[in-house]
Design a binder for this molecule. Sequence first.
Ligand code: PGA
Length: 258
Amino acid sequence: MRKPLIAGNWKLNNNIAESVGLATAILDNLGCKNDVDIVIAPVFTAISAVAKVCTGSNIKIAGQNCHCIDAGAFTGEVSAPMLADAGCNYVILGHSERRQLFGETDCFINAKCYSALQAGLIPILCVGETEDERDKGEVFDVITRQITLALNEISQQQVEQMVIAYEPIWAIGTGKTATSNEAAEVHSFIRGVLSGLYSEQTANSIRIVYGGSVKPNNIAELMVEDDIDGALVGGASLKAADFSAIVNFPKSLKVAPR
Ligand code: PGA
């Protein structure tokens, strides 16, 4: 059984004081919860302060991105070992906003995954199709390409540490969620791709979470699907009450020590 994981992607929001305030409120609500892995991803400048607040708790910290090289002449970048040093356990990689707004390629994302794993971070690798690609029936081709290229040269032992987030781009920040059937179909397809690249056992051990307008009122229907192991939450993770309600999705639907 895979332990559910709910991650909050705060994107470019909250200064240090606001981030610490939000983390503290989440900690107050969820500090005792241990049947779900909980992750929050503040902006880089707030990571250290938020990590300090969450030290020793069940709430882990993620970077929202990292560079693929540890150090050097790369103005404006932050590396995986630096994120680990600041208190991160996870890093979100290949988010569609990085791909679309900052031109990140599958090959670049692959190098970042490798670097994150070397630094002891758990990559949350995001994949997903645009609305146009879905309309043209290209979902499975896009997902196959993104997964295969991002995992190039990543070993079986390494990939088993990773989390994959299926985030259809048309559902991000739009209020349009994929139906649980649409999401489950792609999650199951991703497991098939992983099974082909590695083994069925490896495919079954990797957590695949859904992202795209996840809210307190739709998390339960998503989590009921066997292949959906959690959520990557954007907008709703900025309110402690909403994020906590998502993490507290009806327990009877999935209870699973990893
Ligand atoms: P959203 O964002 O929940 O606001 O749609 C999800 C994401 O970008 O990870």
